[in-house]
Write a protein of this length. Sequence first.
Length: 410
Amino acid sequence: MKTKTSLIIEPLIQPNPSSEAKLVAVWDGLSTETRIEVILRLAGSEKPISLSPRILEKALGDQNPYVRYLACRGLYLSDEKPQEQALKARIEADQNPLVRYALLESTSALFDAHFKNPDKFFALPHEARLAKVRLLSGDGQQIAAVISHGVEHQLKNGSVSERELFEILTDYLVKPSFKKHYGEKLSGPPYDGFGEFEKGNDIKALWHLIPKSPPKIRYLLLEHLPEEAGFMSGIPKDALDAMTDRELQELLQRKDIVLRYVRKKLFNQGKLREYAVLYNFDMTNEEFTSVMAITENNERHEALKSLVWAADLRLCIYDVVKDVLTNNYPTDNDDAEYAVQSLMRRLSAISGLKRKEELLELRLYRLAKYVVPFQGEVNLDQLSSDLSFLKDKVVSNRTWDTFVGFEEAW
């Protein structure tokens, strides 16, 4: 169903002279929102094209600076044609910086002299710098080179503030087109091998900013850079090594950051465990056996407590954590209950073969618990004749080890 605004706009944006004449005639009576929608519909919001001269004239005379900005974004004006020179001068004299520097916007930094010479880039007014990066989706290596130069030179001599560098990088990173450009996963062989190679180099260059950048910029990069792009997989070691514990916490709280090796390493070191296990963390039977084998009681207790916060453990791990906390650390009722909640969340999140496999493991663990309870005697009667092949896998007083044996035999 068409809205009232759509019914008004449709007759005004048809590709014919009559519609153009109607639009010019009614322009001053349209609301600001309608004028904005008209320009976006005519020019397109992704790749704007030049409006017709009559409509452009109306839009550039608008009292609202955003309307004026939309009218001139994407324009290419030659310095050789007097009429275009005059229009360019008019735009560059606009009192609003968004309009004044709109002609500097570009979707590519490849042939831009300001990106080839960072000193020239930072000689621009700050609003002009923002215009330079506003539409860029790729070009990560060029942006990294500019920010790196700014940190090492302009920031040190005081000609640029940390806030200004932060805003330049924010305008570049925090937009859907950046995520789309570097986040697209190609199915099958890449159609553009060099393009994928460059994507990887772009993101790698941006990660390399971490060691040299001030905290505000580091946190911005930690929040928005992908772990993988193009042919690059994994965060560079120098970036990881430079991160403080607080920065690692921020990084590990992102669901899209895998870093399995780093998460396992931190868990085993007893460092940032609650954050390391949050996402993309699971344990093999052997790895969990090593946790159960920790001899220092408090250390084992802390390791088990941290696992209740994990989102991606196997169902049986949540169950055994709950049982160990309940039986060995009875004051940890809240943590044991949270392990149950995590199990239920995990169960609702998996499906298909994965769900069947984990439910089988859970049943085998609970069978092992009935046969070798945490408190009480071994009860082999729990094993029917069909399950008699599991009897030689029973380990007295060792519920978890019994489960491991059951699973191997199964």
